[in-house]
Each structure stands twice: as C-alpha cells, then as structure tokens.
Ligand binder design. Sequence first.
Ligand code: AMP
Length: 378
Amino acid sequence: MTKTILPGGTLGVLGSGQLGRMFAIAARRMGYRVHVLSPETDTPTGQVADLEITASYDDLTQVARFAEQVDVVTFEFENVPLATVDVVSQKVPVRPAGRVLHTTQHRLREKTFLRDHGFPVANFHAIREAKDLDAVPDQLLPGVLKTAAWGYDGKGQVKVANREELNTAWKDELKQEAILEQLVDFDKEFSVVAARGIDGQVECYTPIENVHMNHVLDVSVSPGRLSEKATAEAMEIARAVLTELDVVGVLCVEFFLAPGDSLLINELAPRPHNSGHLTIDAHITCQFEQQVRAICGLPLGSTRQLRPAAMINLLGDVWETGTPDWKAAFSELDLKLHLYGKHEPRIGRKMGHMTVTAETVDAAVESAYLAKARLLGQ
Ligand code: AMP
C-alpha cells in the first residue's frame, strides 16, 4: 500500500517560481514543510519555503541530497530535465511521475499521445528535418509552427500563412524539431484544471475561460461562459486525460472552443496552471491544496465554487511608469492581490495577479479591469 504523507511531512519542489510559491503557501498552511531546489536564490518559492537549495538541475549529487530529505517530490514547471527526475525517483516518489513529464514536455509526443487515445486535437504534422517540409499536406496551411520542445506562452512559435512562409520560418528561424498545427479558428479558449489522487479519484473544476494577450494569459473567468454541453464534454475529456496519463496531481487541459461548440485540446500542463489561480479565492479547495492532497495520498477536496470570479495577470509592464497604485486598486473591495516576490519587473514577466469575486461573472470581469486601470492611474 502507498504510504500517506501526513501534515508534518516534508514536500520537495523542483522549480522555484510563482507556482511553487503558491503550492508552498498551501502546504505550509496545512502543516507540511517545504524544500525547494532550483538554480536561483531568493526565489518566489524559496522566500516562503522552509529550505531553499540553490543548485543546477544537472548537479545530481545535490539533487540526490535534496531527495533524501523529503517524503515526496513534485515539480512546478515541466522543463525539469528527466535525468533529474530519475535521480529523485530512486529515493522518493515523484508525483506526477516522470513519464507524465516526458509526454507533456514535448509538443509532438503530447499531441501524438492525445490523438492516439482518441482525444480531439487539431491536425498536425511533425517536422524533424528540411525534407519533412515537402510532405506537409495543404490542409495544414495556414498553420502554427511550434518548436517541439521547451515551448511555453507562445515562445518558439510562429503563424505561417502558406508553404513559402512555412519553409522560411523553419529554415531561417526554428531549424529544429517542430510541429506544424492547423490554425484553429476558435471562438474562445478555456481550460479545465483537474486533480487525480493516488487511488484514481478525479476532481475537475468547472471550465475557466481564458483571454490571452500577446500569447500570454491576460484574464481568466470562472465559470467560463460555455454551453452546458461543452462544459460537460470538456470535464469528461479532462477526467479521461488524467486517467489515461495515470497522473497523480493537478493537470490542466487547455481547450479551443471551435465553431459549432466543438472542442479541441490545445495543450496539457502537468501542474497547477495560471488559469487556476482564481481557485485560491473563489473555490472551497484551491488547485494548490489539491496538488498537496494528491501527492500526499490524501482524499481530494471539494472543487465547489463559492462565487463567480475573474483573475487578471500583472506583468512587469504594469511597473513601466513607476510603482503601481495599489491603494487605488483596493477600492474594489472584493479584490485579492497576489504578488510573487520577484525583484525585477521586466516587461512580460509574470509578477502577480489579482482576483475579484462578484455576484456574476460579468461583474467580476468589469471590476478586475477597473482595478487594473486604477492601478495604472487611469
Ligand atoms: P501554446 O503555447 O501552444 O499554448 O499557444 C499559445 C497561444 O497561441 C494559444 O493560447 C492560442 O491563442 C494560440 N495558438 C496556439 N496554437 C494554435 C492553433 N493551432 N491555432 C490557433 N491559435 C493557436
């Protein structure tokens, strides 16, 4: 039988950004200790952890020492090298397992897994070398060319209208293993954040509607404004994805809502997700507590929503003309501010978020935009 890790136990996190920070806050609130390992110091996670270890992921001696001092290890971003995960998993359980990471940290493997298991994805084609460009079927253009590995938030991807643009983009820019996806003419983007326990129990949050700006999430809204049919279908798909992948922990399924209420999976994130941040203030159990429960072998908590909510990301851009006017933003009384403890507000860098809850989704969205305008002195 798998051992349950009870409060008082020590949880290890690989990666030290905001996701690790919010995970550590949830874990410590529940009485766990948290150790974090990453190459940086004074990190968003390290600031709130019991122990911050600064070491390269390739420093396998340090990685092994880190693993020896904890009861279980999770990761907060999917680009942790597999060799690191292997070393850890020889000492303690890694949840989700390295094989989930292996599938989801590579777009081609992920899309192939989804297609082969009958999940809806846009048509795609693998491009590994120049000669693969000639074999691209016409129906895939216009399309989106993405690097197979190390991509996030629209990095390493380019829209291509025709064969000529495709050839130029691959030969001059990407020059590496890539995936060409058909351009989806979607009505909306949304996500389903779900958790799966060690016993196979799955709990999904209702779909969260997402609006992106420059490929980065700007606003998330819950409950998402989707039909009952799309809502039910998306949650069913998410449940099946977590089960097929045998995930233990939180995983986010990002969807496109295509015309005619049809659903396509855009990508998977095997961890708590930016769109799920609003669960901290709007739901009984937030996605980070759910991650703690799942990896510790505890029963998952209720995903019931307390109030409609809107979350707005705060990128470094907000600091461009000086310190944001926090006091003015707080004149929205139902607003919650989350800052991640990052020292340098670079343009495009995720520095924090604000969540507003309200009687209706539309009122929450309006209030979130108003708070952001106030923050900027507008
Ligand atoms: P990704 O990094 O794959 O999540 O892509 C970032 C954003 O690019 C998505 O949230 C979409 O807005 C857009 N995008 C990605 N793939 C496609 C596609 N096949 N068709 C249309 N838009 C896409």
